[in-house]
Ligand binder design. Structure first.
Ligand code: FAD
Length: 559
């Protein structure tokens, strides 16, 4: 209490009313029926930064300050008045508090524990809308202001820094960032925490724990992202992967009352999370960023009670017992009566160090009307010798000035349909470069120049090119399933009618019925989205498959 309060966090007036709404007395009474009332005294700490579990607090009488502690001082976020409430998204996910709540005067509060709050938002639609909107806006404001429980010291020239920033941002975890190149005060921090420039990126968690160039699992551990997940509990459903298909499965399953755990090897959002704008998803006529779409789905799944393990990949499925057991990369052994595999596919990427920097800003994995408009009358590169690359080259040549096709082999004959080869040969705008590979990309915020090399002649070419289309195919994330489920020749999971009698015999399929739609060669184990053989590699189909798989999960759970 000897710390001083600095001025409130500036927030746009229009948003404040939605971020800190005042509930009516009837609404407060409805909340009170889910929890308990208690008196508060002047200066009483209701919870602190790092507290777990965090209570949900509604002010009935008096005032409560929400505070962000900062280096010996306190920054006032907001003073809650009667009818206002505390909390943000961490309440739903069961993670540690990112702020401090302290009674400003004698009064009375209503306290709900997390389970009680979840029941409230699942059953009271009026309050759910007000609370969810406030929680989301508060998290957005915390992220904008960098008001979290971690400080990242890094450099914009260091790829490790970019990785950590992406991990934090895609987990929507607020953090303060100090760049070595731009901040004069940084040496003071490095000295204080006894770290050197060679240690960067350095993450300082909750003021004292120092992590030097930490891996994703280490960061998740330090931030307590998985702390509230009980991995010893036998679940109705385990979903592997939190891309669009896995999140859709989790939303539907949890909303229909199933006990769901999602296991995600990296960050929620999958490939779609890396998309700067999805223009072809139903219901978003002006497009939506992949992160916004999947971020909402992530919150929605948690609202219905689904739990998510972050930076914890499935490594082994034990197939000869029910409930099934899945081992994770972080040592958990989770059991579930049904499993939905939504581990997606990873597009093959040329091994260029700064490739990810230009993803969405000159490097693309799709060639739709939208991308073609970006490269009107410009020169572009298409990488790949398969049908998708051929289609892209022919399509882009309609708008672009020139299309350089880079293929690693002799030509296209072995990898592409004849009709496409003919079109490419007849199109004067397409220039085929055999035995060629991309070697460098240059630019600041957007790609400006690309370089490639002919492996046979060693000739290197460099041109002012702002658009590179990578169509080098995608590898399914199924290495961990080999020998466990029937896969096709490329490693995608076979399901439903794609499973032949031979597949089922080899897999010792034990039931009189055949596999259901989306069911794999193991009863009660389903595959959805990009990881499934025959899937159309799109966000909409991933979401559709994830959603409908739950109807079949219900069927096998009742068998
Ligand atoms: C840059 C880019 C832009 C795109 N733009 C569009 C677009 O505009 N429109 C469109 O329709 N489609 C687009 N796509 C394709 C679309 O994103 C995919 O079809 C979609 O994301 C597939 O969803 P999914 O959930 O099946 O798989 P993914 O999105 O691949 O998600 C799979 C998830 O599983 C996780 N995972 C993998 N292995 C494991 C494991 N062993 N254990 C636990 N978790 C695991 C991954 O980390 C990932 O988060 C784009 C793709 C990319 C890369």
């Amino acid at each position: 209490m000897n710390e001083t309060l600095t001025s409130p966090v500036p927030t746009a007036t229009a948003r404040v009313a939605q971020m800190f709404p005042t509930l009516t007395s009837t609404q407060v009474e409805r909340i009170a029926s889910h929890g308990r009332r208690r008196a508060t005294v002047h200066g009483e700490l209701l919870y602190d930064i790092g507290t777990l579990p965090v209570p949900f607090v509604v002010v009935a009488r008096g005032q409560v300050d929400l505070i962000h502690p900062e280096d010996g001082t306190e920054r006032l976020i907001h003073t809650l008045k009667p009818g206002q409430f505390s909390g943000e998204l961490n309440l739903l996910s069961g993670r540690r508090a990112l702020a401090r709540a302290r009674a400003r005067e004698r009064g009375e509060v209503i306290i709900l524990e997390r389970e009680e709050l979840l029941r409230l938002v699942q059953t009271d639609f009026d309050l759910s809308e007000i609370l969810m909107r406030a929680f989301i806006l508060r998290r957005v404001a915390l992220m904008e202001e960098g008001l979290g429980d971690v400080v990242l010291i890094g450099s914009k020239f260091c790829s490790g820094t970019l990785r950590v920033r992406e991990f934090l941002s895609r987990n929507a975890h607020p953090y303060a960032y100090i760049d070595l190149e731009q901040d004069n005060e940084v040496q003071h921090l490095l000295d204080r925490f006894q770290v050197s420039i060679d240690d960067i990126p350095v993450l300082i968690c909750r003021g004292d724990l120092v992590l030097r160039n930490p891996g994703n699992a280490e960061i998740a551990d330090c931030l307590g992202l998985n702390e509230s997940v009980d991995s010893t509990q036998v679940r109705d459903l385990l979903v592997i992967g939190a891309g669009p298909s896995g999140l859709a499965a989790a939303v539907f399953a949890a909303s229909e009352g199933l006990d769901v755990l999602v296991m995600e090897a990296s960050v929620p959002g999958g490939q779609a999370g890396a998309s700067s704008k999805i223009e072809n998803f139903f219901g978003f006529p002006t497009g939506i960023t992949g992160q916004a779409l999947t971020g909402r789905a992530f919150v929605q799944a948690q609202k219905f009670g689904a739990q998510v393990l972050i930076a914890s990949g499935a490594q082994k499925l034990t197939r000869n017992r029910r409930p099934y057991a899945i081992e994770s990369s972080t040592g958990q052994n989770v059991q579930a009566r049904a499993v939905v595999i939504a581990s997606g596919a990873a597009y093959r990427k040329p091994p260029i160090e700064n490739l990810s920097h230009f993803e969405g800003a000159g490097v693309y994995y799709a060639a739709t009307f939208m991308e073609s408009q970006l490269c009107r009358d410009e020169e572009v590169i298409v990488i790949g010798g398969g049908n998708s690359a051929g289609q892209a080259a022919v399509f882009l040549a309609q708008a672009a000035k020139r299309v350089y096709m880079l293929v690693r082999g002799d030509g296209l004959a072995d990898t592409m349909s004849r009709y496409l080869i003919l079109r490419i040969e007849q199109d004067p705008k397409i220039e085929l470069h055999a035995h060629s590979e991309l070697t460098a990309l240059e630019g600041s915020n957007h790609l400006e120049r690309a370089q490639w090399r002919n492996k046979q002649t060693e000739e290197v070419r460099s041109r002012e090119i702002r658009h590179v289309f990578v169509m080098a195919g995608a590898d399914p994330s199924t290495d961990w399933l080999k020998g466990c489920l029937a896969l096709d020749a490329k490693g995608f999971i076979k399901t439903g009618s794609a499973l032949s009698d031979e597949d089922l015999r080899d897999a010792s399929w034990p039931l009189a019925r055949r596999p259901l739609l989306l069911e794999t060669s193991l009863p009660g184990v389903f595959a959805v989205g990009d990881v499934r053989a025959g899937n159309v590699k799109r966000v909409a189909s991933a979401v559709g498959e994830g959603s409908i798989s739950i109807a079949f999960v219900h069927q096998v759970l009742s068998e």
